[in-house]
Structures are given as structure tokens and as C-alpha cells.
Ligand binder design. Structure first.
Ligand SMILES: [Zn+2]
Length: 246
């Protein structure tokens, strides 16, 4: 439920939206603009005075991946802290979770409004020195944990790549799967979420041992942009090449 949701909203709610959303997407893929710039342009096209209609549209058109509910229930049964990390906007994610009666923390981007009423995307979970990623998913998967705890990351997109480099256990599909193969990151492939839940169940119930931690230790986000020194602007030369294929 990421920036693609914004493309659908723009296509549906903005005059000539399909063409405009496509233009923004092309510029992003051609690396002429960053993910954050793409977001800002898409959000500027959305009629936030029609938020109720947009919410209703999302509630009807967005479905969760099969098995999501069972996965969340398993985790809560075993008191495993879980959160949704999304490059989308919280205002567009929460109605879907409410529809599914899922109560999970959401780490995502947010929209706020300038004094003139124009929408601005803000990044409460961004990295302090990163201007490319929205949510710093790498930082999120390495929050301080009790000793011996593992971080498990389930993802599918290119904005998930730095989290996959940090997590102890990775479940991957789509672009994230390709990235893990290319970068030799150990992962479990998945499509629907039922097999993820079943594998986690065998670990949580002690039927099979959980994979050992990756022993990466604590380190800064592997995102090349977040490693650039604070205040260093423009982006270091070539830094965005790591974002090929976004
Ligand atoms: Zn970053």
C-alpha cells in the first residue's frame, strides 16, 4: 500500500490524473526526481477537501494480501511486537486497517497542510540525514530489542531493500526478492502470506529452530543517502545510482 495507491487516487480524483500520475511515475523511474519529490507532486494533485470520498474509494478498491489477518493474529497470540512500514500515507492506510479490524502501529509518511491549505508530505519516520527514502525502514528493523530477539521483515518493493539488509530474517517477493538474490541476502520467498504465517508458527511454537541472527551488529542505515553527512547537499555524486529500478 505504497505510492502506487497515490497513483490510483490521482487517476481517479484529478482531472487528466491518469496522464499526470504516469508522468510523475516515469520521472521517478528515470531518476529525474526522488521518491519524496514524486510524493509531493502526487499529493499536490489530490483534492483533500474530498477526503471522505477518497477514503471510501480506498476502502472499496484496496485489498490486503491473502493471509494478512492470520499473520497478525499469530503475532499477537505470541506477543510479538509488529508494525506496518509503508511508503504510503497514514491517512490512506488507517481506513484499510480499520476495515480489517487490525490494530497495528503504522510507520509511514503523513500529510499535513501549509497555512494556505496546500498539502505537504512529512516524514516522521525518515532518517535525519536521508532525503530520498520516506520511512527509514532500515532504522525501523533495528530498533533496540531484548538480547537475543530477532527482527523479521516481510516486504516486496524496492523501498524495502535497506530493511532487508538489516533484518535477521527476510521474507521477500517481487522486486525485493530480485534484490536479495542479486545481493546474496538470505531470504524466504513468498507470494500469499499463509506460508509466512506457517513458518513463523513453527518457530514461535518451537517446532523448528529460528534462523540465527545475522550478527550484523548495530550499524547505521545501509541506505547510501542516509550515510551522507548531515547537511551535505546536493546528494553526493552517484549516490542515487543505488536507487536504480525504484
Ligand atoms: Zn534512506
Amino acid at each position: 500500500m505504497g505510492p502506487n495507491t497515490a497513483i490510483e487516487l490521482v487517476s481517479h480524483f484529478c482531472p487528466d490524473g491518469e496522464r499526470l500520475a504516469h508522468e510523475i511515475d516515469l520521472a521517478l523511474h528515470a531518476r529525474q526526481i526522488t521518491l519524496r519529490e514524486a510524493w509531493q507532486r502526487q499529493v499536490a494533485l489530490l483534492p483533500f477537501d474530498r477526503m471522505d470520498e477518497m477514503t471510501a474509494f480506498l476502502r472499496e478498491s484496496i485489498s490486503l494480501r491473502p493471509g494478512a489477518r492470520e499473520l497478525v493474529h499469530l503475532l499477537s497470540e505470541h506477543n510479538v511486537p509488529a508494525a506496518i512500514l509503508s511508503g504510503g500515507l497514514d491517512a490512506f492506510i488507517r481506513p484499510i486497517l480499520a476495515r480489517e479490524r487490525l490494530d497495528l502501529p503504522v510507520l509511514s509518511d503523513s500529510v499535513t497542510f501549509a497555512p494556505d491549505g496546500s498539502p505537504l508530505v512529512v516524514y516522521p519516520f525518515g532518517h535525519p540525514t536521508c532525503r530520498l527514502c520516506g520511512v527509514c525502514k532500515a532504522a525501523a528493523v533495528q530498533r533496540p530489542d531484548p538480547a537475543g530477539a530477532r527482527s523479521i521483515f516481510v516486504g516486496d518493493g524496492s523501498t524495502d531493500r535497506f530493511a532487508a539488509e538489516m533484518a535477521d530474517v527476510v521474507f521477500a517477493r517481487r522486486r525485493l526478492r530480485d534484490y536479495c538474490v542479486e545481493h546474496q541476502i538470505r531470504f524466504f520467498p513468498f507470494e500469499d502470506l499463509q506460508p509466512v504465517t506457517e513458518r513463523l508458527r513453527t518457530w514461535l511454537e518451537g517446532i523448528e529452530p529460528m534462523p540465527a541472527p545475522r550478527r550484523l551488529g548495530r550499524r547505521e542505515s545501509p541506505c547510501p543517502i542516509s550515510q551522507a553527512a548531515a547537511g551535505q547537499d546536493p546528494l553526493p555524486p552517484g549516490a542515487d545510482s543505488a536507487f536504480r529500478g525504484l
